[in-house]
Design a protein around this ligand. Structure first.
Ligand SMILES: Cc1cc2nc3c(=O)[nH]c(=O)nc-3n(C[C@H](O)[C@H](O)[C@H](O)COP(=O)(O)OP(=O)(O)OC[C@H]3O[C@@H](n4cnc5c(N)ncnc54)[C@H](O)[C@@H]3O)c2cc1C
Length: 426
């Protein structure tokens, strides 16, 4: 990494104050043990503590260390897969209920930001941009599908209309949503953690669960202690690795990367995205980007099944950005970082129970900023005895990734090459 690039992410460099926690020391018993302090785990913890449960959260590293503190900050609509696997597995009526819950997940963010006064630069507005002219039909279908699902207020933009709003000639039009948007992901996560702690949750950072018992009497063991609980919520997502064997293979970690330019000034940033929307293209291997509150371009994309980070991440990412914004070819890149997305085979999140008292949710497939909060809330509802909404999602079947530990990465590298070619040809 060149000396000029910060070893921190932009989010770490601009993080709000963190709560003070200590590692787990000794044995404790509690109502609920949550593994992982990202949006999923913290959302479940917060809801359960508000309902009077005693909750202990174990986090291997620090709050927001995983995808929740590293992501593009894009608050998206619906599911990464679209509705079709939900339609085919659950039927149209239940699939619509799932979409309504995905809508609820966006409102949940808004409500929590207001209730807990979380400073995280929430901004509404989102543009899906098409790289090829013939894809305009696809945008129309997307708008119609949203309309049919009761989600209106979206606008189709022609190439000329888009170019008034976006300083790029790379696209042929866009669908603009007014109820999707962006925020500072780590600050939202830190805000959730503060709210959870204030509600009575005990969070232990630097406390990796190295052994997790998922049977009728669940417990999690760290190097210095053990949490025995009536219920367990497993929310380690792509970072869980092989700690819980039945969950390994249900998701695949895929790396995605983001760069942050130097500050471009208000006028410079407005010349790129005039109205401060989140932006993404419609490719399978998506570019996603937005402005930061201090007028940088935060540009994310690429996808890698390797767990090794590219040597010079900033220069690895720069061509993605300059393809869209050639005018940024000489700007300084201050930060570049990556993180792991957990994908499922059908790109619908995966949730369920490993025993009657052990819940898990993961695999938001690159679209979990909003959904993860919802799934956390649904696990809390189920633990409180209201499991209908959780069980609707838990009914969805997911094929495990084929190939076993040795072969699943090579198989996915091949799949990836296929999708790159498909994006290029479509
Ligand atoms: C680079 C990147 C960009 C993304 N961009 C977007 C986007 O713009 N929009 C969008 O909707 N989604 C995006 N996502 C996905 C989104 O960030 C995730 O779906 C979401 O944050 C998942 O939250 P989570 O709490 O389930 O998991 P995570 O945030 O990954 O949290 C899991 C936590 O569990 C901890 N953990 C794991 N194992 C253990 C253990 N054994 N003991 C204790 N703790 C453990 C980890 O340290 C980690 O902190 C992106 C993801 C990445 C990586």
């Amino acid at each position: 990494m060149p000396a000029s690039i910060s070893a921190q992410s932009y989010y770490q460099a601009t993080a709000n104050a963190r709560i003070v926690t200590s590692p787990l020391a000794g044995d404790v018993s509690t109502d609920v043990c949550v593994i992982g302090a990202g949006y999923t785990g913290l959302s479940a913890a917060l809801e359960l503590a508000k309902a009077g449960f005693k909750v202990v959260v174990l986090e291997a590293e620090t709050i927001g260390f995983g995808a929740s503190g590293r992501n593009g900050g894009q608050i998206c609509t619906g599911f990464s897969s679209g509705q079709s696997p939900l339609d085919s597995q659950l039927g149209k009526a239940a699939s619509k209920l799932c979409f309504d819950m995905a809508e609820e997940s966006k409102r949940l963010i808004e409500e929590r930001i207001a209730a807990y006064k979380i400073k995280c630069d929430l901004t509404w507005g989102y543009m899906h941009c098409i790289p090829k002219a013939h894809q305009f039909e696809h945008l129309k279908e997307m708008a119609e599908e949203y309309e049919a699902l009761g989600y209106g207020g979206n606008t189709l933009l022609t190439k000329a209309e888009l170019e008034e709003k976006l300083g790029s000639k790379a696209y042929h039009g866009a669908l603009r949503e007014s109820r999707a948007g962006h925020f500072h992901p780590l600050n939202y996560c830190l805000g959730l953690a503060t709210a959870a702690q204030n509600a009575g949750v005990t969070i232990h950072e630097h406390s990796a669960a190295i052994e997790i018992e998922t049977g009728a009497k669940p417990y999690a063991r760290t190097t210095n202690g053990k949490v025995t609980a009536k219920f367990m919520v497993i929310a380690g997502n792509a970072y869980l690795g092989r700690t819980v064997k039945p969950l390994y293979g249900r998701v695949m970690p895929v790396a995605s990367y983001i760069l942050a330019t130097e500050p471009l000034g208000k006028a410079g940033a407005e010349a790129l995205i005039r109205d401060n929307e989140a932006v993404a293209n419609t490719n399978f291997i998506v570019d996603y980007y937005r402005r930061s509150s201090d007028h940088r371009m935060l540009f994310g994309g690429r996808a890698s099944y390797s767990t090794l980070e590219p040597g010079n991440l900033a220069e690895y990412m720069r061509p993605r950005m300059t393809t869209v914004f050639p005018q940024l070819k000489d700007v300084k890149i201050d930060y570049a970082w990556g993180g792991f997305i957990a994908i499922t085979s059908n790109r619908v999140p995966d949730c369920g129970r490993l025993s009657p008292t052990v819940y898990y949710a993961h695999g938001y497939s690159g679209q979990g900023v909003a959904l993860s909060g919802l799934y956390g809330k649904l696990m809390a509802e189920a633990i409180r005895g209201q499991a209908e909404r959780f069980d609707l999602f838990a009914r969805i079947k997911h094929l495990p990734f084929p190939g076993g530990p040795a072969l699943r990465t090579p198989l996915l590298v091949a799949a990836m090459a296929y999708y790159r070619i498909r994006d290029a040809l479509s």
